[in-house]
Design a protein around this ligand. Sequence first.
Ligand SMILES: C[S@@+](CC[C@H](N)C(=O)[O-])C[C@H]1O[C@@H](n2cnc3c(N)ncnc32)[C@H](O)[C@@H]1O
Length: 230
Amino acid sequence: MNLGVRDAEVAELMDDPDCDPRRLAATLRRFDTVNRLISGWGGVYRSRLRPHLASLGRPARVLDLGCGGGDLPVRLAGLAARDGLDVEWVGADPDPRAIAVAQERTAPGVVFRCTDAAGLHAEGARFDAVVSNHVLHHLSAVELRVFADESLALSDGIVVHSDIRRGRLAYALYTVGVTPFAPGTFLRTDGLRSIRRSYRVDELAAALGDPWRVEAASPFRTLAVGRAGA
Ligand SMILES: C[S@@+](CC[C@H](N)C(=O)[O-])C[C@H]1O[C@@H](n2cnc3c(N)ncnc32)[C@H](O)[C@@H]1O
């Protein structure tokens, strides 16, 4: 497998509108486990979200854009509640199949919406922070710029987009590590294709341009960080 070059042509099975709905739903449900193991949001919450939300000194609103099966806002809501922070979490995804799975989860302070950034913008929605997980690598070059711009326009504070970072170690570890979680899902095929589609730090920085700061967050992760008004 040549991981030296980003493969923007390989398509993920879950991005096919005609994919098997049962496998898609099973995949979205199992993202919960995969995200806990590989996404590093506990650290992002402690180092970036918690200090920002705590500094506001008032109730806050946070958007997870492209929330898929909804596990991230539910997890973040639990962490924030334990820290005594008063936060409304909005999980938004334009795919009704994703929102149907997300709505199987309930947690205090979390709502799920079948919409995208443009829909939220049209309503005049505002957030103190906007986050996403594993969305950037799904997008075309044009979609990526639009997604980034729109996420920044919805935030009065910070924006943090987290994604996989392409690399041999990530590919090798995922090939082995996904085995117990893969049956009945697209996790094996799509996870490996995700790695092939994902960016290295310099590539994502070039694709996003100003005002984004792109950082390596672990051996396998990339963070694109933006700030309203920067
Ligand atoms: C791999 S899933 C990630 C789901 C979830 N964030 C997670 O980490 O498990 C990518 C999600 O991005 C959503 N998506 C794709 N394009 C989008 C866009 N332009 N705006 C918002 N969400 C989008 C898809 O519908 C899909 O649910």
